[in-house]
Write a protein that binds this ligand. Structure first.
Ligand code: SF4
Length: 173
């Protein structure tokens, strides 16, 4: 007959127990860590910044390292809206509709000078920055931005996601 080993019951699921308290203080960190490596970008690409977006997505820059390699082509499956290029007033309602179709939590990146401020298209047709219609979490400077700048922005966004409070975490979870 196999020797039975004594087991130490750890009721980590019971509020008030020290193991439960320990897990409770770390759960935000754990979810933040998992979420920051699970970005699913939706590229809303309108103009020449697309060339650098393609460069960022290519093998030498390996965005797989950041868990952000797989673009989704449905906003419902994405949590990172990357607005790449010039947005005109005519396109603005479409961008807003795409944003509204994404589930929470979601983040927005303004990729390049045009998405950030309209760039040098200061005219009646171009939107002077996408933050006029949707909230922006991170701005990437450049016309177009270098891939390294985009990677830096992804890392900054990851930092923020890791430190955010995640609404799925409640007092009892
Ligand atoms: S920022 Fe420069 S490269 Fe990017 S869409 Fe505008 S003009 Fe084109």
């Amino acid at each position: 007959m196999a020797a039975s080993h004594p087991t130490i019951p750890i009721h980590a699921d019971k509020p008030g127990h020290s193991a439960f308290e320990f897990l409770s203080t770390r759960k935000d960190e754990l979810v933040g860590w998992a979420r920051k490596f699970s970005l699913f970008p939706y590229p809303f690409v309108t103009a020449c910044c697309a060339m650098e977006f393609m460069a960022v997505s290519s093998t030498p820059y390996d965005t797989d390292r950041f868990g952000a390699a797989l673009p989704r082509f449905s906003p419902r499956q994405s949590d990172l809206l990357m607005v790449v290029g010039t947005v005109t007033h005519k396109q603005a309602p479409i961008l807003l509709k795409v944003y509204e179709q994404m589930c929470e939590p979601k983040w927005v990146m303004a990729f390049g000078a045009c998405a950030t401020s309209g760039g040098f298209y200061q005219n009646y047709a171009a939107l002077p920055g996408i933050d006029r219609i949707i909230p922006v979490d991170i701005y990437v400077p450049g016309c177009p931005p270098r891939p390294e700048t985009v990677i830096d922005a992804i890392m900054k966004l990851q930092e923020r996601i890791a430190n955010d409070h995640h609404p799925i975490l409640t007092k009892d979870f």
